[in-house]
Ligand binder design. Structure first.
Ligand code: COI
Length: 356
């Protein structure tokens, strides 16, 4: 891919205290842009100063939410080198999301990874030096035609922005309290739950808002048809350790195929754990809890990596998981994944991609 460069003459000051970055507030000096037009395809890839977009108020993405996004991170190793974690998986998934939202396919994932690496190389000084902090990368596509009819657009913008960030949740890696959502649903089979599109996150806001009002961090989402089977937690995938076995809801259309989810499954399998992707109901979880067989519960996602669950409330019943403490397996998974991501542990899976 030919990428035109227009670099800034006025670089911003980098954050001084990397322990206070927060998540997604600060942006680097540049952004990556590429246009699409029907008949012309993707064209004019460029890296330009980070700036506001010039968008028509009638741009289709603003009205009918034809947009997709991804999230991944660049990590700084102790030797100063920068690496990405499974970036090709993000671009593969982006094309799955694109298909569902009738957005044109992006170039092959390897070409996209190469373009991303070129961009991150320019922003390399923005990759934090503190463990736990990283450069959060947000690729996204928006439909930009100035048109108010409901149809797939003819013009799109692919953009990458980047944000030096710390922990996603203010709780960090500490166990969070969640409740089982009985009223709202996040997605249904046949809908867009398996894609990374803004609409899924917009659909989750009312429940999240109510959860926060009740001093809960997130909600546990049940399926939208029977309101019975577990799907996700907040904006993350969910895992249960039941009697020593690792269980996560199967991907049946309404669950996001998380890259951390996939990595946890592969990691635990390699450690010899029995691992299963299955249809699991909240009644079953409650029964396992009563029998003392629910060992650990945790969410997985790019932003938080692993987020242990301390209390799980279902109606009047409050399940205290692992005495509200971080579980042994959750800790081991977290340490191993972050160890690989920051280059502190050998990457036996070939998951990391160093910038040259
Ligand atoms: C993630 O866990 O990576 C997410 O999906 C959260 C993101 C939308 C900030």
């Amino acid at each position: 891919m030919d990428i035109r460069l227009q670099l800034t003459n006025t670089p911003k000051q980098k954050p001084v205290d990397e322990t206070k970055l927060g998540f997604g507030h600060i942006f680097t000096d540049h952004m990556f842009l590429m246009n699409y037009k029907t008949g012309k395809g993707w064209h004019d890839a460029r890296i330009v100063p980070h700036q506001n977009l010039n968008l028509a108020p009638s741009a289709m993405c603003l009205h009918y939410a034809q947009e997709i996004f991804e999230g991944l991170k660049a990590y700084r190793r102790d030797d100063g080198e920068i690496q990405l974690f499974r970036p090709e998986e993000n671009f593969k998934r982006m094309n799955v999301s694109a298909k569902r939202l009738v957005i044109p396919q992006l170039p092959h994932e390897e070409e996209m990874v190469e373009a991303l690496m070129k961009y991150i190389d320019i922003e390399r000084d923005w990759v934090p030096r503190t463990k736990g902090a990283s450069l959060y990368i947000r690729p996204f596509v928006i439909a930009v035609d100035p048109y108010l009819g409901v149809k797939p657009a003819d013009e799109y913008l692919f953009i990458i922005i980047a944000s030096p960030s710390g922990a996603y949740y203010s709780d960090g890696f500490n166990p969070v309290d969640i409740y089982v959502e009985k009223h709202y649903v996040r997605a249904v089979k046949g809908g867009m739950g398996f894609t990374k599109t803004g609409g899924n996150y917009a659909a989750s806001l009312a429940a999240q808002d109510e959860a926060h009002q009740q001093n809960y961090s997130q909600v546990l989402w049940l399926d939208g048809i029977e309101n019975k089977y577990i799907e996700e937690v907040g904006s993350m995938n969910i895992f249960f350790i039941i009697n020593g076995e690792i269980v996560t809801p199967e991907l049946q259309g309404s669950v996001l195929p998380g890259i951390t989810r996939k990595s946890v499954l592969e990691l635990c399998k390699s450690w010899g754990y029995k691992v299963s992707e299955s249809r699991i109901s909240i009644d079953e979880i409650s029964d396992y809890y009563d029998k003392g067989q629910l060992d650990e519960v945790f969410g997985t996602g790019t932003a938080a990596v692993i987020s242990p669950v301390g209390h799980l409330k279902w109606g009047d019943k409050v399940m205290l998981i692992n005495e509200g403490k971080i579980g042994e397996v959750s800790r081991k998974i977290y340490d191993t994944l972050t160890g690989i991501q920051y280059g502190d542990l050998p990457d036996e899976f070939g998951w990391t991609r160093k910038l040259s």
